[in-house]
Design a protein. Sequence first.
Length: 121
Amino acid sequence: MSAQANPSNDDLSLGYLVYLYLWPFWMFKDVQRGNALERAAAFRHNRERRIYLPAYLLKWSLLFVLSVAAISLVEQAGLQNLEWRTACLMLACSTGIFAACAFVVMTQITVAYLFLCRWEQ
């Protein structure tokens, strides 16, 4: 790996740490590259890393639940204060888009986990 792929602790920005904390697919290798032995080694590597996926699924589930709760709160605030109704509607829509994206990521993590647990090469 290059030096760029493994930055030192001083070079880690907050955005990069959030990326590592929330996105599980950075630790997996591409099993479509290389010869048969390299692909098998990459698949074994991925199967070893699958144990981390439930923790990532829990993180994204929590984000999904919090965003759905935020949608409800923002909608209620928009109904109570008619002056802020449009702003609350826009905020609820953007939070709903984030909730939909979180659901998609949860689905991807679940499929990857089941694939790595159940499928034998």
